[in-house]
Design a binder for this molecule. Structure first.
Ligand SMILES: C[S@@+](CC[C@H](N)C(=O)[O-])C[C@H]1O[C@@H](n2cnc3c(N)ncnc32)[C@H](O)[C@@H]1O
Length: 326
């Protein structure tokens, strides 16, 4: 039996209870089946995401790292000394090293990575725990819950929030506006947000980034079903679901789906659910919205920030925008 679901003997963990609620809504309801992107990141999912960053097709992480590495000093120079840093969805924090090192040259830094994945945070502690003059305190929680906790701990220092890697792309556009406004609501005027956005590029290049030849992204996607089997006592056969990647030109987003091979019925015992799939029916598991270069500044204005600087990469169109709370 899973470590998370105690079956008839006990209550599920908080995370499994949330997954169960999302499965009821997203898989049990009528229309397009879907699940929130956060469930892709269990221990295996976080490890597979790390591997994706090394794939030749997935230029996104390397572009982001080139920007952070080249402009970390310019970024630090624009911030007041003695900032506290919070990172939303830090993952392993590998690229963040450049920012932390540049800030730590100016003064000691308190760094707060926030992530729903305990495995990602453990890797982050290993990756960044040794950076000189950086003190690290991890938060295993949802973005806004973690950010509110961090903001509650600070004194007079300014806060720099990192939301890099184009994780904002996982949000629908209206939800991205609401999310940034909620982040702004936790901040004080003068605090900063470094926002990474992957930019629109040639469609075959974007499709390949989410459908690599080695099948690592397909494994990342299918692992969601393995997770549901383990945590909610379901009987998905991941081999009977194909990894499918689509470009929606109207919404300018890449979508990841799991497509059912044939009609099938799946039992999710912990949720007392039976899910029916038609042949070819999909579960929508991730969206990655792509931005035009001028969009982050507009998004910033709508949410109560001004765009103070933007840096981009020439090899793989990607932008990091420094937004200051007004
Ligand atoms: C696309 S990865 C990016 C990781 C890293 N920032 C990078 O740029 O490589 C998204 C990260 O956000 C985390 N995450 C997803 N949904 C989250 C949520 N609702 N609250 C906190 N973290 C979340 C995932 O566990 C994952 O580590």
């Amino acid at each position: 039996m899973s470590a998370h679901v105690e079956g008839a003997l006990g209550a599920p963990s908080r995370e499994s209870a949330l997954l169960m609620a999302d499965a009821r809504v997203g898989l049990g309801g009528p229309g397009q089946k879907w699940l929130p992107v956060r469930w892709l990141y269990d221990e295996v999912g976080s490890a597979l995401f790390e591997a994706i960053a090394y794939l030749p097709e997935y230029g996104l992480t390397r572009a982001d790292e080139r920007i952070l590495r080249s402009h970390a000093r310019a970024l630090a120079a624009r911030l007041s000394r003695g900032v506290m840093v919070a990172e939303l969805g830090s993952g392993s924090g590998r690229k963040t090293r450049w920012v932390l090192e540049a800030l730590a040259r100016q003064s000691a830094v308190r760094y707060h990575p926030i992530d729903v994945s305990a495995a990602a945070l453990a890797r982050c502690r290993v990756e960044l725990g040794e950076v000189a003059r950086v003190e690290i305190a991890t938060h295993e929680s949802d973005y806004l819950e973690g950010l509110s906790a961090v903001a509650g701990e600070r004194g007079d220092e300014d806060l720099l929030v990192l939301f890099v890697g184009s994780t904002i792309g996982n949000f629908e556009r209206a939800a991205a506006d609401d999310f940034l406004a909620a982040v702004r609501g936790v901040l004080r005027p003068g605090d900063a947000l470094l926002l990474g956005t992957d930019l629109v590029k040639e469609v075959p290049r974007m499709l390949a980034a989410y459908d690599d030849a080695a099948g690592v992204t397909a494994a990342f996607n299918r692992n969601l079903l393995v997770r549901i089997n383990r945590e909610l006592l379901a009987d998905f056969d991941p081999r009977r679901f194909d990894h499918e990647v689509r470009w929606d030109a109207g919404s300018r987003r890449i979508e990841m789906h799991l497509r059912s091979r044939g009609a099938q019925r799946i039992a999710i015992r912990a949720a007392e659910l039976e899910i029916r799939f038609r042949d070819g029916e999909t579960i929508w598991t991730e969206s990655s919205h792509k931005y035009r270069p001028d969009e982050p500044a507009k998004l910033a204005l709508r949410a109560g920030f001004r765009c103070a600087a933007q840096w981009s990469d020439a090899e793989w169109p990607f932008a990091e925008s420094l937004l200051v709370a007004v």
